[in-house]
Design a protein around this ligand. Structure first.
Ligand code: SF4
Length: 285
């Protein structure tokens, strides 16, 4: 006997046992012939019979088709009340317990992972996406509620409280958070860094953008207790000392003091007088 579900008077569903019909259970040859008609030469051993409904049973046969290892032919036969003749209702090939089957279908929206979206791809957002709410509803934030009509101007929906909570948890637990490798060995946190630019709204209490081009997270969101070695106050850059005077190799030269201005003038006058003497005409002897 096996069980079947039947509705009761108050619409509750209960499980009741169904008696295996003896006439249907004996009709193995009828069931095999029906299966052979569908797949000649591919019907194997009789594997068993189950009761489906009163006077309705299903016979199972192994398949000999090498493409369907572990599958079974299911042949359902039935008879009318007080009749000894069974007729075939259905013949179908079904996967057995050991059949090789494709994995359960997973919708693309559940298969999608961060980073899967490529250039030119479109990712539609569901109308009831819990991460988004109509712009006029985003009033849980005190800063935003004071300018509720301006917030979301030009945007139909904005991130909901749940959506922001989810992203804050994701960011905090990931690379921008305090547990990333670069943050754990950082000399100080982003909260005290001059390159830390706090976000607007409620998230500013926990997150900001890094504006240090030499930091590994430049241009990315970081948590206030994230950090890196490029912290603005991590190292005081020492002032370079003045350069020493140049060294002159004097080994192959004599050092000569240059003439003074007066000495240069006297030398110039002496040279001019000597030139005049040599150009004067000679007198009578
Ligand atoms: S430079 Fe480093 S410490 Fe400063 S904000 Fe960027 S990640 Fe944080």
């Amino acid at each position: 006997m096996t069980g079947t579900e039947v509705p009761t008077q108050d619409d509750a569903v209960v499980d009741v046992a169904v008696e295996l019909d003896a006439v249907g259970a004996d009709a193995i040859d009828v069931a095999r012939a029906a299966a052979e008609a569908d797949a000649p030469g591919l019907i194997g051993d009789h594997l068993g019979v189950e009761a489906d409904e009163p006077r309705v049973v299903t016979h199972y046969f192994a398949t000999l088709d090498p493409a369907y290892v572990g599958w079974q032919w299911a042949v359902t036969v039935a008879r009318a009340s007080r009749s000894k003749t069974v007729t075939v209702d259905d013949v179908v090939l079904l996967p057995g317990p050991a059949a090789l089957r494709a994995p359960e279908w997973v919708p693309w929206s559940e298969r999608l992972r961060p980073g899967d979206l490529g250039a030119g791809d479109l990712l539609p957002t569901k109308a009831d996406d819990p991460r988004l709410v109509p712009a006029y509803m985003s009033t849980d934030d005190p800063d935003e509620s004071s300018v509720a009509f301006d917030i979301g101007l030009g945007r139909e929906r904005v991130m909901s409280y749940d959506g922001r909570l989810e992203l804050a948890e994701r960011w905090y637990a990931g690379g921008p958070g305090p547990e990333s490798e670069v943050a754990r060995v950082a000399p100080a946190s982003c909260a005290t860094c001059g390159f830390f630019l706090p976000l607007a709204g409620g998230l500013r209490q926990a997150f900001g953008a890094c504006g240090n081009e030499f930091a590994p997270d430049d241009g990315k969101v970081v948590a206030v207790d994230h950090g890196c070695g490029a912290h603005s106050e991590a190292v005081v850059v020492p002032v370079s000392p003045p350069p020493p005077p140049p060294l002159v190799d004097e080994a192959g030269y004599d050092l000569v003091e240059p003439p003074t201005e007066a000495e240069r003038e006297a030398a110039t006058k002496a040279a001019a007088a000597a030139a005049r003497l040599t150009t004067m005409p000679a007198g009578p002897a």
